[in-house]
Design a protein around this ligand. Sequence first.
Ligand SMILES: *Cc1c(COP(=O)(O)O)cnc(C)c1O
Length: 376
Amino acid sequence: MNIRLFKPSLGEEELHAVKEAFDREWIGLGPNVNKLEEEWEKHLGCAEAIGLNSATAALHLSLAVFGFPAGKKVLVPSMTFSATASAALYNQLVPVFVDSDPDTLGISLEDLDRKYDKDCVAVIPVHYAGHPVAMEKLVPWARERNLKIIEDCAHTTGSSYKGTPLGLWGDIGCFSFEEKKLMTTGDGGMICSNDPELLKDVRAMRWVGIDKDNWKTAQKYTDANRDAMHWYYELNVLGYKYNMNDLAASIGLVQLKKLPKMNQKRAEIISQYMESISNIPNVELLVPYEPDHYVYQMFGIRVENKTEMILHLKSNGIATGSHYTPLSVQPLFSEWGHNCPYIEKEIDRCITLPLHVDISSSDIEYITDHIQQATT
Ligand SMILES: *Cc1c(COP(=O)(O)O)cnc(C)c1O
C-alpha cells in the first residue's frame, strides 16, 4: 500500500494537448497562454487574468504593482506557505505575522487588528486549505485603514463565498497551478483582478519588461505590409522572467475543462472522510469543511498524539504532512517572528491526510480504519 498525499490527475487528453503544442513548434509564451487567460477570466468572472509561471510570481508582482516605499509593512498569516511572506521581502517590505483563527486556521481578525499599525500598506489573507476567510469582515476593516488586499488563492479555484468568488473580494487574487494544487500546469499561476488598470504593467513585468504579444509579433515578421519596425520594443518597467509557457498552458486548458468534475470528486472524498471521522473519538477536523459549498486543496485532522498517529499511518503506507510549520518560527523570518502563540502551539496537533482526485472510497476506508487504530 502506498497512498500519496497529493497527486495531479493527468490523462491522455493532457498528453494530446501537449503534442499539439509540439506540433505547432511554439512552446514558449504563445497562443495557449492567451487562451488559458481568456478561459480563466470566464471561469472566475474577472476582467483581467495574466498567466505566470507560479503563484509565487503572482504574489511578488501583486505587491510590486503598487510601488510601496521600501520598509513598509505587509500583514500575512503565519500559517501559510513561504511565498506569501517572501513576496513582502522580494519587494523590500516587512512581513508582519498574524495568528490564526482557532476555528478555521485562517488569518485571525482579532490579531490582525492588534498587529496593525500606521506603517502597514497591505494584507494578504490566505484561504487556508480552501476554507474562506471571513472576507465580509476583513474587507471593510482593511478599506477603513487604506490597506490593499491581495488574496492568496493557492488552495481554492474561486469558490463563491457570500455571492462573490474568492479572489475577487480584494484588489488582486493569486492562484497556483503547481502540481499539488486543485488543477495543474506542472508549474504555473494566475494573477487576477477586476481592475485592469491595476495590472496594466504586469504583461511587461512577467516578460522581461517587454509589453508585446510575442506570438502576434512573430506573425508580423513576414507580413507583406510596409512596416519595417515590427522588431521594435521599448523597456519602460523592470521585468522578470515570470511568464507561463504554451506547454504548461496546453495542460491547463484541459485541466480547466476537467475542473468541475475534479472538484466534485474532491467534495465526495471529503464527505466520506468526514462521515468516517465523526465516529472516531479524539479526532477533530483540521478546518470546518463544507464540501458542498467550497473547494478544498487539503484535508486534515487535529489530534493530541500527532507523532504516534503519523508513525502508525506511515508504517501502513499512508502519506501524511504538516501544513505548515508556522512562518513565524522559521529561521528565515525569525527577525519578525515568534509572535503567533496560538498557531505556533496548535500546529503540534495538525496532520494533513491524502487528498487527490484518484483516491478511491476503499482507500479512505483504509486510511480512516488506521486513524481509528491509532486513537488514544
Ligand atoms: C502553493 C502555494 C503558493 C505558491 O504557489 P506556486 O505556484 O508553487 O508558486 C503560495 N501560497 C500558498 C498558500 C500555497 O499553498
